[in-house]
Write a protein that binds this ligand. Sequence first.
Ligand SMILES: NC(=O)C1=CN([C@@H]2O[C@H](COP(=O)(O)OP(=O)(O)OC[C@H]3O[C@@H](n4cnc5c(N)ncnc54)[C@H](O)[C@@H]3O)[C@@H](O)[C@H]2O)C=CC1
Ligand SMILES: O=C([O-])C1=[NH+]CCC1
Length: 312
Amino acid sequence: MTESAVLLNKHEVERYLSYEDLIPRLESVLGKFSKRDSSEIIQPVRSVVPIQQHNGFLGVMPAYLAAEGILCTKMVTFYQRAEGSSLPSTQATVLLFDPEHGHVTAIMDGEAITAKRTAAVSAISTKLFMPALSKVLCILGSGQQARSHYDVFTKLFKFKEVRVWSRRREMAHRFVNDLQGPVRVCSSVKEAVMGADVIVTATGASEPILFGEWVKSGAHVAAVGACRPDWRELDDVLMREAVVYVDSREGGTAESGDIVLSGAQVFAELGEVINGSFPAQREKTTVFKSLGMGIQDAVSAKLVLEKWNSEH
Ligand SMILES: NC(=O)C1=CN([C@@H]2O[C@H](COP(=O)(O)OP(=O)(O)OC[C@H]3O[C@@H](n4cnc5c(N)ncnc54)[C@H](O)[C@@H]3O)[C@@H](O)[C@H]2O)C=CC1
Ligand SMILES: O=C([O-])C1=[NH+]CCC1
């Protein structure tokens, strides 16, 4: 049956996936997921195969959303690349299935889905947790995630200043040269984050780069990197002093070095705030620790296929 599957490349997926359509679908699915009704949503924690010889990992991320009729899996590889490598560190393919009969209905690029849905979920966290009258956005990292976060954050929020730091200054300049709006390149993480209201960490770091002593009280940190239980982006001080939210409690406690190694307590899932079970503690310093979820890929892929169907 796979010969009838729709094949969509990165360019097509990018064209069909808009943040306007994606954000409400993600809010809805995260809220439902956090109710833990297994007759509605089944999504195990990602299975990860380490590729030790090559500093990489293969993750498999299945999800079934019964009410929406979505059966999906993403296969994603993520590698720790040497400085200066031009290869993407995150690459992915998404398969959609017909849940009734089990055949594949679509095979699509997952890089654009991963970039956009991760940034969209961080934007949802930011809408809920950032301090009122936030003025300064800081992005740590200058790769795919940094770019998608810049795009959606500057689209949705009105920051007066945007700063970027990258471990190689020339990469930060390259990042800024590709953008329309003004962005200040900073020479250190400390310079970039001091006084920032919203901080995005989207790096391949495996040791802390963001220290609590630099983070303004009440700021919101959307922490996207360090998706292995022995990797860190944030230090113990930040993790223990902030109110910590996650996308999934199971994912956070299995996969996040920032949570596991700091001993920080998870306050709530993002979906638990969306569905009203837990409050958004906007007045406190908050960390949203994102690991990525199969349900996020599933609703994104379904949206892409719907758009494609509407044109064919
Ligand atoms: N939470 C989620 O759902 C997702 C998380 N990720 C993670 O987000 C991070 C960024 O991913 P991409 O933007 O796709 O990667 P990328 O390779 O496009 O960008 C990585 C950035 O991190 C920087 N970097 C690498 N090693 C570093 C180090 N030791 N210290 C400081 N900076 C370092 C690079 O210079 C680059 O700016 C990765 O850790 C990746 O695994 C990726 C996809 C989804
Ligand atoms: O959710 C995702 O696709 C990933 N999270 C960490 C690396 C890839």
